[in-house]
Design a binder for this molecule. Structure first.
Ligand code: BV8
Length: 228
């Protein structure tokens, strides 16, 4: 069985990573336009660097939760027949052992050079304008996909959606495209669709089945039933 799992901020919520749109979400105190658009970065790069430097530093204080661990366990059984596509820019999937993870919106632990467009593993702050390891210019930005920018690996994602038998969405509000449209793409190719989310999302009606509850309970239960 070929499975594609799309994850959003909700899978990391119980690890202590704030979500975007819940009450204490990340966007509070920050307008999306100010911190998650190229225009916002051009206008106030120091504000945007501070926003992402704080989130990168906070990764040291969080750990994967049973939902991440369950997906890593599922990969041990399904191997290349499982693809995790995450909207998250944290590294919790990798830290729980998942190896086939696509960060369609980029990663906190990576820096993108505005000069040579190279991507480099990064753990330090970017606010002090360090030089690009590849070309040397001091034009590094967070390697995240902002609104109006093209997500990474779209061809690979759509190819996986076309081939999969089951599409599962975990912990996302279904508010942002193209990720929010993946369920319809998968269904159009004949896949069954399942949503595992704390609350009904904007796209719940698009799924064959939706289950509501915390990811740390729903995802292990779903994986146990799938792999026995
Ligand atoms: C693009 C990275 C073209 C940065 C992010 C008008 C109509 C339709 C679309 C558009 C439009 N105008 C503009 C657009 C396009 C736009 C868009 O969709 N805008 C929205 C606002 C309408 N999209 C773009 O610009 C994208 N690019 O379209 O390019 C293109 C398209 C296709 C092919 C080629 C080119 C780029 C968007 C990327 C933006 N970057 N993040 C960063 O992280 O700082 S977005 C960010 O918010 C996330 O990455 C994620 O994608 C998105 C939604 O967040 P969620 O992960 O869902 O989190 P949220 O807080 O919203 O929800 C949490 C959920 O978890 C909730 O449902 C909650 O109930 C649940 N939950 C909470 N706790 C738990 C839980 N579930 C389980 N257990 C728990 N414990």
């Amino acid at each position: 069985m070929r499975v594609v799992v799309l994850t959003g901020a909700g899978i990391s919520a119980e690890s202590g990573v704030p979500t975007f749109r819940d009450a204490d979400g990340l966007w509070e105190g920050h307008r999306v336009e100010d911190v998650a658009t190229p225009e916002g970065f051009d206008l106030k790069p120091s504000l945007v660097h501070a926003f992402y430097d704080a989130r990168r530093a906070a990764l040291a204080d969080v750990e994967p939760n049973p939902a991440h661990d369950a997906l890593a366990r599922l990969e041990e059984t399904l191997g290349d027949d499982l693809l995790v596509v995450t909207q998250n820019i944290d590294d919790l999937h990798e830290r729980s052992g998942s190896q086939r993870v696509l960060h369609m919106h980029g990663e906190l632990l990576s820096a993108l050079c505005r000069g040579c467009r190279s991507r480099s593993p990064w753990t330090d702050p970017l606010a002090d304008l360090p030089p690009c390891p590849r070309c040397g210019v001091t034009e590094l930005r967070p390697d995240v996909v902002w609104f109006g920018e093209i997500p990474y690996e779209m061809d690979r994602i759509y190819a996986a959606l076309e081939r999969c038998d089951l599409f599962v969405s975990v912990g996302t509000s279904g508010a942002v495209y193209p990720a929010a449209g993946f369920v319809q793409a998968a269904a159009s190719y004949g896949a069954r669709t399942l949503e595992l989310n704390l609350l009904p999302s904007e796209g719940s009606h698009l799924f064959d089945e939706t289950r509501h509850g915390p990811a740390s309970r729903l995802v292990p239960a779903w994986v146990d039933a799938l792999v026995g």
